[in-house]
Design a protein around this ligand. Structure first.
Ligand SMILES: [Zn+2]
Length: 347
């Protein structure tokens, strides 16, 4: 028997794929005919199976659970080539499923992150301005400078980010900071000017140009009012080869992040389908994908007669694309029947 100790993080990476199926596993008695690839012993296992809700150990063969039970029972099924992982009383749960994720991974890999996408972290507005200034120094005037993963509830300054902060980044570049919720962004004066938005621009039914109490624009633009910035300013361009490379690297990167946090199945809104398949082929797809086709992929899926459910265990067509009719909860732009906590506003 090989005895092998791994850190919890390494263990998540190895076991992540296998754990996804735990909820439907067979609770087998200790005797198992074929030798398992891996046994995990001395753990606090939450099986999410009412027939045996808790266990100390389990065995995995060919990516499937082959036995679950006590440490002694599972030790007894190990063979010569079985890898043994002593969890030393760590908790083991089935892999998590993320039911909706915009998971191309390219933003994480290539863009300026002004908030922490992974952990709860409070940041200062000056840190956001500094990061964007650094980006502006490498960016030709007139080209967008953008920050991602802003969260207005994770700011140390206890005030809103506004147009004046972003004017400190640059007067030559259009600047945008995108909220992690995906439905609001903050712009500098240059961006607003290039889009022709003034304090007299009326709000739209599907989005707003927010203002300070004195009626001046504060830089926050919500939901589909942000469409006025489409086609404004220059953006980086890539060759088809570069685009494909970025898609693949983005998927491979985010897949590592998913399993690091125990996400073993993810419903993908977006991300290139071909890149997902390429990354899988090269062995770097670590999570299972339910793919939400949209745009040209959805059209060709329909015209080819491919239905939801087509695919296999690793990449499968799931629900069709997200249809946006409202705002988001995290940015308080979604209409609610009850006011938002701490507010009298419904939207
Ligand atoms: Zn979405």
């Amino acid at each position: 028997m090989r005895k092998h100790y791994r850190s919890r993080r390494e263990f998540m990476g190895v076991a992540g794929a296998g754990l996804a199926g735990m909820a439907v596993m067979q609770v087998a008695p200790a005797v198992e005919a074929s030798e398992p690839d891996l046994i995990v012993i001395n753990a606090k296992v939450y099986t999410v199976d009412s027939r045996m809700p808790r266990a100390e150990a389990f065995a995995v063969k060919g990516g499937r659970f082959s036995a679950v039970g006590s440490t002694a029972e599972i030790r007894a099924v190990a063979g010569k080539r079985t890898e043994i992982f002593d969890a030393r009383q760590m908790t083991v749960v089935p892999g998590f499923t993320d039911c909706h994720n915009h998971a191309s991974g390219e933003v994480l890999l290539y863009e300026v992150l002004v908030g922490n996408p992974f952990e709860v972290e409070f940041v200062t507005i000056s840190s956001i301005v500094e990061k964007l200034r650094a980006k502006a120094r490498q960016t030709p005037p007139g080209t967008w400078v953008e920050g991602f993963f802003f969260d207005d509830t994770k700011v140390k300054d206890k005030r809103e980010l506004d147009v004046h902060d972003l004017d400190e980044v640059s007067a030559e570049h259009p600047v945008a900071v995108r909220h992690r919720g995906g439905h609001t962004s903050y712009y500098n004066s240059k961006a607003l000017e290039m889009a022709g938005v003034t304090k007299n621009t009326p709000n739209r039914p599907e989005g707003t140009f927010d203002r300070f109490k004195n009626g001046e624009l504060n830089g926050r633009v919500t939901d589909r009012a942000r469409e006025v910035f489409n086609g404004v300013g220059r953006r980086a361009t890539f060759t088809p080869q570069q685009t494909a490379q970025r898609s693949r690297d983005g998927i491979a990167h985010i897949s590592k992040q998913f399993v690091r946090y125990g996400l073993t199945s993810v419903h993908h809104e977006g991300g290139e389908l071909s890149a997902l398949q390429d990354v899988r082929a090269r062995g770097d797809l670590l999570h299972r994908v339910s793919y939400e086709a949209s745009g040209r992929v959805l059209k060709s899926m329909i015209s080819s007669g491919i239905q939801t459910g087509f695919g296999d265990e690793w990449i499968r067509f799931g629900a069709t694309s997200e249809h946006t009719i409202d705002g988001s909860f995290s940015e308080r732009t979604m209409v609610l029947s009850q006011p938002y906590p701490g507010s009298r506003k419904h939207d």
